[in-house]
Ligand binder design. Structure first.
Ligand code: GAP
Length: 485
């Protein structure tokens, strides 16, 4: 047996290094580009290149398949980014969707007060300072804390007292300046769902309990951004509003069930290591204005455990608010008992971009084989941008290239595979490893004789000889049986 001396690591890697490596890999290989690159970039905006677009698409598909298509109690919709502005007054976002903003008195740069306190208190960890639960501090307490500990901006300057800063993005509709009307880019996809609750119940035969999900862009005027695609102005959410009768179902049980479903999706479907995940309950003061109970599923990003996915018990808050602001009856009539009431809601809300980031962090591996370093993404093949790469062993033998093209084109009809005939085989393997392609398929002289190809595995680098007639079946079964363990 062939014994390989190697050392695989990703978690032992210095976190700053890991962040730098992932950002560099994303740009180098076309996962993520700085937005508006040719104009010098736009702060905190990123675009997704050819491989990034594939990965995003695969994340959305897995989520949609698991939570919408495969469940009897779920349906999906797709609503506008710009909704009637009263939506956001009713939802409470115009008044309550705020972060605490401070300004550097010299540079006039703006920061989130809670982030400055968090950063400062992390640096004090080994000194004997009083512990602080930042989520529990109100504006006044933050002001006192900043002053008491002489907390400065990252530039070392004094900062102003914190004040409320609303995160909704304002824009206007209409072409004539005097007649323009103020609207907002949605701050969450949820409100499009609430505003169609009546339409869905009236047009689709579905009974409580049921959920409505959607995937789409949301916008937030974030004060502190940075950390790559973790916190951006424009982002994508996959949200579910799960409606139920609180006299029939205990919300605590339902919330627990949703936590389990979320956990299963992240660990089993996406293949994320359990040790890099943990639940965090929101404190009473931290919770959003609409929530009675919230948990975050935090992932261990290179800068620490941070929110990937939230689940909140929104009670009947939103439907009641929209009912009262719109004057429309948004109650539910039980078809058998004729009981009429406003349903309550559990909301699991996932960030697609944070999922993307998590997948790259979790999948990144470096492997030292004697003198060479191999980088590979141990992505679940269902998520990998390409399921396979097809190579002719040599690019100057017409019959080999022709056979390889034939196999490539046949596979391409059913699987997203790519073609590579540059450089030598070793370089092609390394290049595909780096983008997470699970299988490399090489067509050589033997293929012409016996119709078999070499399939090389991304994770083990082991090679197998497979008949071309079995190739599709082989790849399918390997994709199905993949495990990150
Ligand atoms: N409807 C509930 C809601 O919007 P949230 O916790 O504010 O809840 C849900 O957002 C998810 O959206 C978060 O868990 C996170 O993954 C993602 N998210 C929120 N703000 C983001 C931002 N500025 N950039 C990227 N993702 C963000």
């Amino acid at each position: 047996m062939f014994l390989r001396s190697f050392f695989v690591y990703n978690l032992t890697m210095n976190n700053e290094n890991l962040m730098e490596k992932i950002v560099a890999l994303c740009k180098r290989r076309g996962f993520v580009y700085p937005s508006s690159d040719i104009y010098g970039g736009l702060a905190n905006a990123y675009d997704y290149g050819p491989l990034g677009a594939e990965l995003l698409h695969n994340i959305r598909s897995l989520w949609w398949n698991e939570f919408i298509q495969r469940r009897e109690d779920m349906i999906g919709i797709d609503t506008q980014i710009i909704l009637h502005p009263r939506t956001w007054v009713a939802s409470g976002h115009v008044v309550s969707f705020n972060d605490p903003l401070v300004e550097d008195v010299v540079t006039h740069k703006r920061y989130r007060a809670d982030h400055l306190i968090e950063h400062w208190s992390k640096k004090q960890e080994n000194r004997n300072t009083e512990p602080v639960i930042i989520e529990d501090l109100n504006m006044q307490q933050m002001a006192t804390y900043l002053k008491k500990h002489h907390i400065t901006s990252p530039e070392g300057n004094r900062v102003t007292e914190p004040k409320e800063f609303n995160l909704l993005f304002e824009t206007s509709l209409g072409v004539i300046s005097g007649e323009k009307s103020k609207v907002y880019l949605r701050g969450e996809t949820a409100q499009g769902i609430f505003s169609h609750f009546r339409n869905v119940v009236d047009t689709y035969r579905i009974q409580l309990p049921f959920g409505i999900g959607q995937i789409g862009k949301s916008f937030r005027n974030e004060i502190t951004t940075g950390q790559f695609i973790f916190r951006t102005f424009e982002m994508e959410q996959a949200e579910i509003e799960y409606f139920f009768d609180p006299t029939e179902i205990d919300w605590r049980v339902l919330l627990k069930n949703w936590q389990q479903d979320m956990w299963n999706f992240v660990t089993k479907t996406l293949g994320i290591s359990e040790k890099n995940l943990k639940w965090r309950r929101h404190t009473d003061k931290e919770r959003s204005h609409y929530s009675k109970e919230t948990y975050d599923l935090d992932y261990k990003y290179p800068f620490g455990f941070k929110e990937l996915w939230g689940v909140a018990y929104r009670t009947d808050y939103d439907l009641k608010q929209h009912s009262s602001f719109s004057g429309k009856d948004l109650s539910y009539l039980h078809p058998v008992t004729q009981k009429k009431f406003i349903p309550h809601v559990i909301e699991p809300a996932l960030g697609i971009n944070r999922t993307f980031f998590m997948l790259l962090v979790d999948a990144y591996r470096e492997e030292k084989t004697n003198d060479k370093m191999r980088v590979f993404l141990k992505l679940n093949p269902k998520l990998a941008p390409f399921k396979g790469a097809v190579f002719p062993l040599v690019s100057n033998k017409e019959n080999i290239v022709q056979k390889a093209k034939e196999i490539y084109r046949n596979l391409k009809k059913v699987l997203n595979v790519t073609w590579d005939d540059r450089g030598n085989i070793g370089k092609r393997y390394f290049s595909q490893d780096e983008i997470g392609t699970p299988f490399c398929i090489t067509i050589d002289y033997d293929t012409l004789k016996d119709d078999t190809v070499t399939v090389r595995d991304r994770d083990t680098t082991k090679q197998e000889r497979i008949s071309t007639t079995e190739l599709r079946k082989y790849i399918d079964s390997r994709i199905r049986s993949f495990s990150t363990l």
